[in-house]
Structure formats: structure tokens, C-alpha cells
Write a protein that binds this ligand. Structure first.
Ligand SMILES: Cc1cc2nc3c(=O)[nH]c(=O)nc-3n(C[C@H](O)[C@H](O)[C@H](O)COP(=O)(O)OP(=O)(O)OC[C@H]3O[C@@H](n4cnc5c(N)ncnc54)[C@H](O)[C@@H]3O)c2cc1C
Length: 492
């Protein structure tokens, strides 16, 4: 099934329990805190279902139906590239500002499915649940989010050692029908407008944490699932002209609380096994595929920010200054490096059984460097802009006052844009660089794939140290103290 925007939007009117500002949200699709983001996701579904995008966005499944390429299991380098083209086109619709657009968790579940034998070795019943779920989610074109982190409380203690044993979501009961889960998870980005959530734990669990070792997926309207939304930037910034990003791409992040939620066995992919919960990400292509998607998204977003940088200098008449050109050159090289990493992940990809998997170490190198890069890029944009992003009308309402509108026309001048164009551009630039929405994005890019020490740990573990060591050893082997002293000793 290939959903339209309308079909997806309707699917969200399902009685889910979202709490915002102390109240229960009755309809996420019309609520002023979320409707802009919901409409943006609807546009993505419309794009994928447009007949002219059929080849770009969809593929034929083994049963002869079409599905979005986000669910595809590439068998070759060429298929991986073709899948990337679909993901890139989709990302351009939101310029990379929907971090957990439907392609992220779909890539994770597809990656888990590519490693189905790991689940089969663990428990054939759980492997069947995963395989059935992959096909179900794909064939119903579901938008999935995930919560894979236990809530922050005392990070020096394990999940079981926290004061409240059900702070982190854990199993409280089980019977022939399934498991019952109680406790919280952070942070369901996009959870308010996803169809289902994949719940598990990616942080290393300790012996004694077995009840937190779970892996399952459930609909967002499951009884007992409470979605505790963060502050809505969209609600605070309803004008598209004033805040073109906050008003339309605030995907939201929510704490999920599982209030004795019943999960049927056919939705449970792992349980009780600390080992399997780790393996589902790292012994299958899941972690690689989900984060490969994230780097594709980031490369689109960085190109968008680079274009803002260039436009800023044109608007301000500074492009010709050598120092400014140097800054733009540096920025463009940094942005190109992320695209280069995506190409390298693909070019160095390897066959894993029937599937083609992007290179793990190239991915972790990209993640390590791009976590540091994002903040630097924002800072460079601030440096190029000066006060232009601040010297702006207070809101679109200023244009309703003829006297103020005239003064705006007089004071907003540029060699490359008229007053309205200049204001329009700088409001967008500020929303990308300096608004509360932008600040949350800086936090997102630093943390969505784990704290930096975690990501660097992956880079350390997967680097081909032997190859590097071989070069060093060859050099060391090419000389010795004995060789150096030999002529003198021979002459003695
Ligand atoms: C905007 C945003 C959206 C997110 N969306 C999602 C989502 O959709 N789904 C999801 O599951 N998660 C999501 N997350 C959570 C994200 O995965 C975590 O923030 C990330 O894994 C880091 O975990 P943490 O926040 O608990 O930080 P912590 O693990 O508490 O780390 C914070 C800092 O504490 C220090 N620290 C902590 N532990 C150690 C240690 N052992 N050794 C050394 N230093 C340490 C480091 O300085 C570290 O940077 C999101 C986070 C953000 C900010």
C-alpha cells in the first residue's frame, strides 16, 4: 500500500493520548501545536503516492505490490544508490528538519529484517514476530518512531539500580497473551504523528537489568500508552512567514509512559535477553541502515544551510570580500565532506548474504565528525549574517500598519533583494540558525545517534587498526639500531 497524505492524516485520528500543557489533545491533526508538522508529513505521503514519483519512491515487493523504498532491502550497490535517491528526494521536502521522518525507523526495522538469522538463532518465535512485523509495517505504509533510551535520572547507576524500579520501561507481568510493560522511555521524536512506536534499549544493559531487555512495537493509540509532549514551538510560532520552519516542521519529542501496557507476543521481538537486545542493532545491519539514512538526511540539511550562508552574503553584498569567500569555501568543503561520507559508505559497502550493506566504519567516522560539525556550521552562519537575522520586523502584523510597512520598506535594503524578499529570507535564516526550534536542532544533531563518547566508541571499535598498524610496522621494520651501528662496528 502506498498511502496518500490524507490517508495518513486520517490514520492519526485514533484516540491516542497526547498530553500538552496539562490537557489531553483531542485531535493531533487539527491542534495548533501540531497541525503544521502533520501537514508536512502528509505532503511527504502525497509525494510518494504521486504517479510521476512511482519509480523514484517505490519498489515492487516479493508479492508484487508496491511499497515505499524506505522498506527496501537492497541487494546490490546499484539498488542501494537508487534507494538513496528516493530518500534524498523525500528529505528535500523538509530540508532535513524532520529528523525522524518515516524513513529513519523503517531503515532500522528493514536492517533488523536483513539480519533475521540473528533472531532465529535466539528464538524462532520472536524471529517470526519480527519478520511478520516488517511485512505488516511495509505493506500498510506505517510511519514508525522509536524510543530506545531509558530516561535520564542517575546515569551512574544501571536501570535496575534507579530509585524507582519502573522509571525505565520494564516488564511487570507476562501471560499467554503477551507481556505487560510499565515505565518510561525517552524521546519519541515524531511520536505525536507516527502510527506506531518501536520500543527497546540501545544503551548497554547490566546483569540484573533483564526486565528492561525488551524489544517490541505497538500502535501509538495502545491502551495505557501516554505521550508526554514537550513544549510546542509550532504553537508559539503559528505564522509561516515569521517562522517558516518552526510553524511547519516541529516534529516534537515526547516522553512515553507505559502505564501497564499489554503487548501481544506477535509484537515482541526480544525479551529478557540483554545480549539479544544489543545484537538486534549491532549483529544485524539495523544500526548501520538507520544511521546511514540519518547521514543522507544530514547531507541534505547541510546543503540547505550552505545555501543560506551563500544567500546571506549576497543579501549583504559581502560575497566579493576575500575573507567571506574563504569562509564560504571552508563551509562548502565541510558540507561536501558529509556527502563524501555517504558515497564512501556505499562504495565500501559489502554483501551480507543476499543484502548489500553500507560500510560501518565510514558511518561511524561520519557520525563522529558531523556531531561536531553541525554547531560549527550554525556558528559560521551567525558570523556571516551579523545583525541581519535580528534587524527584522517584529511579526507579519507590522505589514498591516501602513506607516510601519513603509518604514520596513525603507530600512530593509539590499543589493540583491527587495525589502520583502530580504525580510522573508532573514526570517527563514533565523528559524534555521537561532530560534528555539533551531536550538533544539543543534541538540538533536549532537545527540540523536547517542552522546559523542558513544559514537566515538563505535568509531574506535570498527576502525581497521590492523591496516593502519601494518603501515607503521613496515616503516619501523625498514630500519634498526643494529643496522645503523653495523658499519661502525664492522670498522672497529
Ligand atoms: C532532540 C532530541 C531528540 C531525540 N529523539 C530521540 C528519539 O526519537 N528516540 C530515542 O530513542 N531517543 C531520542 N533522543 C535521545 C538520544 O538518543 C539521547 O539523548 C542520546 O542517546 C544520549 O543519551 P542521554 O540524553 O541520556 O544523555 P546521557 O547518556 O545522559 O549523556 C549526557 C552527557 O553526560 C555525559 N555522560 C553520560 N554518561 C557517560 C559515561 N558513561 N561516560 C562518560 N560521560 C558520560 C556525557 O558528557 C554525555 O554527553 C533524542 C534526543 C534529543 C536531544
Amino acid at each position: 500500500m502506498i498511502k496518500t497524505g490524507q490517508q495518513h492524516t486520517e490514520s492519526l485520528r485514533d484516540g491516542r493520548q497526547i498530553f500538552l500543557d496539562g490537557a489531553l489533545v483531542s485531535d493531533v491533526t487539527t491542534h495548533p501545536a501540531y497541525r503544521g508538522a502533520v501537514a508536512s508529513v502528509a505532503r511527504m505521503f502525497d509525494f510518494q503516492s504521486a504517479p510521476e514519483n512511482r519509480e523514484l519512491m517505490t519498489f515492487e515487493t516479493e508479492t508484487g505490490t508496491r511499497a515505499n523504498k524506505i522498506w527496501q532491502l537492497p541487494k546490490s550497490y546499484e539498488e542501494l544508490k537508487a534507494r538513496r535517491a528516493g530518500l534524498e528526494a523525500w528529505t528535500e521536502l523538509h530540508a532535513g528538519f524532520l529528523g525522524r521522518a518515516p524513513d529513519h525507523v523503517a531503515s532500522c526495522i528493514a536492517g533488523m529484517y536483513m539480519g533475521l538469522e540473528v533472531f532465529e538463532a535466539y528464538d524462532p518465535a520472536r524471529a517470526k514476530a519480527l519478520a511478520d512485523y516488517y511485512r505488516y509495517a511495509r505493506d500498510n505504509d506505517l510511519y514508525l518512531t522509536y524510543v530506545i533510551i531509558n530516561p535520564q535520572a542517575d546515569r551512574s547507576k544501571s536501570a535496575a539500580q534507579q530509585q524507582d524500579p519502573y522509571l525505565s520501561a520494564g516488564i511487570v507481568d507476562r501471560d499467554a497473551g503477551g507481556i505487560t510493560v510499565r515505565g518510561a522511555k525517552m524521546l519519541a521524536t515524531g511520536g505525536i504523528m507516527a502510527n506506531e512506536v518501536f520500543v527497546t534499549c540501545i544503551q548497554p544493559l547490566q546483569p540484573g537489568d533483564e526486565k528492561y531487555a525488551l524489544s517490541f512495537a505497538i500502535p501509538m493509540n495502545t491502551k495505557g500508552l501516554k505521550i508526554l509532549s514537550r513544549k510546542s514551538y509550532e504553537a508559539a510560532n503559528p505564522s509561516v512567514f515569521d517562522n517558516p520552519l518552526s510553524s511547519r516542521f516541529d516534529e516534537n519529542d515526547a516522553v512515553l509512559f507505559f502505564d501497564d501496557v499489554k503487548v501481544p507476543w506477535d509484537r515482541v521481538f526480544a525479551v529478557d535477553s540483554i545480549d539479544m537486545v544489543a545484537k538486534q542493532f549491532h549483529a544485524t545491519p539495523a544500526h548501520v541502515y538507520q544511521n546511514y539514512q540519518a547521514q543522507i538526511r544530514l547531507s541534505v540539511k547541510l546543503k540547505f544551510l550552505l545555501a543560506i550562508a551563500r544567500r546571506t552574503t549576497e543579501i549583504n553584498g559581502t560575497t566579493g570580500f576575500p575573507q567571506v569567500r574563504e569562509t564560504l569555501g571552508q563551509l562548502s568543503a565541510e558540507v561536501a565532506s558529509v556527502e563524501a561520507f555517504v558515497n564512501a559508505m556505499e562504495a565500501k559497502g559489502t554483501q551480507r548474504g543476499p543484502y548489500f550493506v553500507p560500510d560501518r566504519n565510514m558511518l561511524y567516522a561520519a557520525q563522529t565528525l558531523s556531531q561536531q560539525l553541525y554547531g560549527r556550521v550554525l556558528n559560521t552562519l551567525r558570523e556571516l549574517a551579523g545583525g541581519g537575522m535580528i534587524m527584522l520586523p517584529s511579526s507579519v502584523q507590522d505589514y498591516n500598519n501602513p506607516e510601519v510597512a513603509k518604514l520596513i520598506g525603507k530600512t530593509q535594503q539590499s543589493p540583491a533583494a527587495n525589502a520583502e524578499e530580504k525580510v522573508k529570507f532573514y526570517k527563514l535564516a533565523w528559524d534555521a540558525v537561532g530560534s528555539e526550534f533551531a536550538s533544539r536542532h543543534a541538540q538533536y544533531e549532537m545527540f540523536y545517534s547517542g552522546a559523542s563518547f558513544v559514537v566515538k566508541g563505535h568509531a574506535f571499535r570498527t576502525y581497521d587498526w590492523d591496516a593502519a598498524k601494518g603501515i607503521l610496522d613496515k616503516m619501523l621494520d625498514s630500519y634498526s639500531l643494529a643496522d645503523e651501528l653495523a658499519p661502525a662496528r664492522a670498522a672497529e
